[in-house]
Design a protein around this ligand. Structure first.
Ligand SMILES: *Cc1c(COP(=O)(O)O)cnc(C)c1O
Length: 430
């Protein structure tokens, strides 16, 4: 097939600092450095195609190529939970694995929405492998997609989370797990992944800078628009980095610009698990986010939280296009909920909807309960509750699970330029 990509680019990337435009796969504006780049697609109309899975939104995803997969966001109108809460228009985005409602995300969280688009996009731009740090769900999503697409993925994870890394297929040999021994610190894993990426020239997945990640996660809002024919007034999500929330904001902007929808941007309601709530503390109490300060105290709070995938010490909060901008632009608000509140919300969800949710879904629901009590949400407002993932019981029921085995283990003290230099033999490509 002739490649017309030079003539008709599918997208460009706009710097949110200086508004200059770049061609893919840029991940930073060379002048502004810090601000995010945002995708602008040639097709501005919202016209999802009839197809299963996430690539029904292919027009607004960075790669040209698509994959047949049932993975994708699922939005349905709630009856029972809505009734329990007194809400008239509650929609649930169930982004875990629950065949009974048609949610077929094979690693059980909305990280599945970023893995396929990211790998395809990177591969189209010449990458031969990718490295990422993950506290769990991103690693699983990439291990799964990397196996299906036969693409090498280096995963760096703290040991405390490495035990949860499994996929419902036999992972390919080119899925390589690098473990930071005795650590529960996701931020340290991020640092190590960065060092390895620099030293051995392995393209980083990019975290919040990865537009395929953001646009993949943004499909939750697109799916709401597709099924409901509108943009929700409120969006509830449990956040760690806040990338999913930024994505929801960006997707909503894109939908409004399509001219097909009335109304305003959805109000973002972002929730974290006390006692570790840096985004909430920054937004609600003006406490600066300092990943470098009192690290031990932060780690000990992290050990206490039920929803440990939310424990990110260094979220992209203050940068142009980051979490604070998203909250400002949407008149958003944040919440801190306790383990006990999360547990009761998990029970309420399972009982009312008949599907198990994970603690992140529980956290989002507990924030919704609070928002109803404080009348931030009115009973006839439209609400999208993002259940970002569920516990693994259903996946384990339906599939044989395969753990990722460590390919390399490193002590936290070795996470340094020098420590990484000694890993040369592992990454030699000859
Ligand atoms: C990653 C994750 C989140 C948090 O998403 P961010 O976009 O990183 O804030 C919430 N829930 C689940 C299940 C996740 O895997």
């Amino acid at each position: 097939m002739p490649d017309d990509s030079a003539k008709s680019p599918k997208l460009s990337l706009r710097c949110l600092g200086c508004s200059r435009e770049y061609a893919p796969p840029a991940i930073r504006c060379p002048r502004c450095k810090e601000p995010l780049l945002r995708t602008e697609y040639a097709k501005t109309d919202f016209a999802p195609i009839e197809r299963d899975g996430i690539f029904k939104f292919s027009d607004w995803l960075p790669p040209r190529e698509t994959v047949d997969t049932p993975i994708g966001p699922l939005v349905y109108r709630s009856d029972r939970l809505a009734e329990r809460l007194g809400l008239k228009r509650l929609y649930i985005a169930f982004n875990g694995y629950a065949p009974s409602v048609g949610a077929m995300n094979m690693t059980g969280s909305f990280k599945d929405f970023e893995a396929f688009p990211s790998i395809l996009y990177m591969r189209e731009h010449g990458a031969e492998s990718v490295i990422l740090a993950s506290a769990g769900n991103t690693a699983r999503a990439f291990a799964y997609a990397g196996t299906l697409l036969d693409f090498p993925v280096y995963i760096v994870a703290p040991e405390a989370m490495a035990n949860h890394l499994w996929v419902p297929i036999v992972p390919s040999d080119s899925i390589r797990l690098i473990v930071v021994a005795g650590s529960n610190d996701y931020t340290l894993a991020i640092e190590l992944a960065g060092l390895i990426a620099d030293r051995f020239g392995i393209p980083p997945e990019g975290g919040v800078r990865n537009v395929a990640r953001r646009d993949g996660m943004g499909t939750v809002i697109l799916e709401y628009a597709r099924t409901v024919g509108a943009i929700p007034q409120h969006y509830f999500q449990a956040v760690g980095s806040g990338t999913g929330a930024i994505a929801a904001w960006e997707a909503s902007i894109r939908l409004l610009r399509s001219g097909r929808f009335d109304g305003d941007l959805p109000r973002l309601h972002l929730v974290q698990n006390a006692p570790f709530t840096p985004i909430h503390d920054a937004w609600t109490h003006g406490i600066p986010i300092r990943p470098d300060l009192d690290v031990e105290a932060q780690l000990s709070r992290i050990r206490e939280v039920r929803a440990d995938v939310l424990a990110n010490r260094d979220p992209p909060y203050g940068i142009h296009g980051g979490v604070a901008d998203a909250l400002r632009d949407t008149d958003g608000c944040t919440y801190a909920v306790t383990n006990d509140q999360i547990k009761s919300a998990e029970a309420l969800f399972a009982e009312a909807e008949g599907i198990p949710t994970g603690p992140e879904g529980g956290a989002a629901l507990s924030a919704l309960t609070e928002a109803i009590e404080t009348e931030r949400v009115k009973l006839d407002d439209s609400v999208l509750l993002n259940i970002t993932g569920n516990e693994d019981a259903l996946l384990k029921r339906d599939y044989t699970i395969h753990r990722l085995k460590p390919w390399l283990t490193l002590r936290p003290g070795k996470v340094s330029k020098d420590g990484v230099k000694r890993l040369e033999p592992y990454f030699r490509t000859d």
